[in-house]
Design a protein around this ligand. Structure first.
Ligand SMILES: [Zn+2]
Length: 296
């Protein structure tokens, strides 16, 4: 990251986390504020003021990780489920407000970049990450480069005409339908009883987790067939908490589904950066924006 430091901003559905990150991925000081959800203008103002709060003279760029689909060709945030962002030229808007180079990517992509650079994938050249949280997000790093495209890996079909997906997704049988924390909550209610959640499945090391792990294995097997990654990193609150209870049943399905030797060779790892991955990955995207500016 050379001498310059960058600011990373992790925009979540409930909180904005902003901090200065140095060349080794260390967070040098951060602030946290609730995410305003009443209007887009209030949200953009809050993001600007969170950046200004941590801004220092040696900061060279700002990166944002946002829970939104993005049109990278035009730099537009197309829409998010839980926050008021719709058809915003996000990058241009923030560059104008802050007077610094700005990079933006979706939250799952920046988490993948952070784990690749400083976390569970730091020794790899190719990585696929799946974050099993409320939904399922994904990111892909190939030959050291973050794939800046769609990468909605959570909406890959693993069961044709299967369980309905969540939220605004009209699909069925998606990874998110089976492997998200939300899906685990539904499974918990079915196998334990009313009021039970994913936490109960994990606390009891419930055998129903095998079912989720098998579905996860089908997803990873397909991803291995497409990308042949060195490592698949599982993150997200539910993913990390359930950990080996999902990875163990996943492994045998991966061996069945993935063509040799991709299935035998792929390493499965749990995310290491936890709640900091979003902020650190956002800073890395800011750094890319800075490098692009210097290079041009
Ligand atoms: Zn879906």
């Amino acid at each position: 990251m050379a001498a310059k430091r960058v600011i990373g901003v992790d925009l979540g559905g409930t909180k904005i986390l902003a901090g200065v990150v140095d060349g080794d991925g260390r967070i040098m000081g951060s602030v946290e504020h609730p995410t305003p959800t009443m209007s887009q203008a209030a949200l953009l103002d809050a993001l600007e003021s969170a950046v200004r709060e941590v801004l220092a003279p040696d900061v060279g760029a700002v990166g944002f990780g946002i829970p939104s689909r993005l049109d990278h060709r035009k730099g537009i945030a197309l829409g998010a489920v839980n926050i008021p962002l719709r058809d915003v030229p996000f990058e241009a808007e923030m560059e104008q407000r802050l007077g610094l180079p700005v990079g933006v990517d979706n939250d799952a992509n920046v988490a993948a970049l952070a784990e690749f650079t400083f976390g569970a994938g730091r020794d790899a050249r190719d990585l696929v990450m799946l974050t099993l949280g409320t939904g399922v997000g994904g990111g892909v790093v190939l030959d050291g480069q973050l794939y800046r495209g769609w990468a909605e890996l959570g909406h890959m079909v693993i069961v044709e005409d299967g369980e309905p997906c969540q939220g605004a997704c009209s699909g069925r049988g998606h990874v998110e339908s089976y492997c998200s924390g939300g899906a685990a909550d539904r499974l918990a209610r079915r196998v334990i009883g009313r009021g039970a959640t994913a936490r109960d499945l994990v606390a009891r090391e419930h055998e129903a987790l095998n079912e989720i792990g098998s579905h996860l294995g089908a997803a990873i097997g397909s991803l291995a067939n497409i990308f042949n990654p060195e490592v698949v990193v599982i993150g997200g609150g539910f993913g990390v908490a359930a950990g080996e209870r999902l990875l163990q049943p996943a492994r045998s399905v991966i061996l069945r589904e993935a063509l040799a030797p991709a299935g035998q060779e792929v390493r499965l790892a749990l995310a290491e950066l936890g709640g900091k991955a979003g902020l650190i990955g956002a800073a890395l995207v800011g750094l890319e924006a800075l490098a692009a500016r210097v290079g041009s």
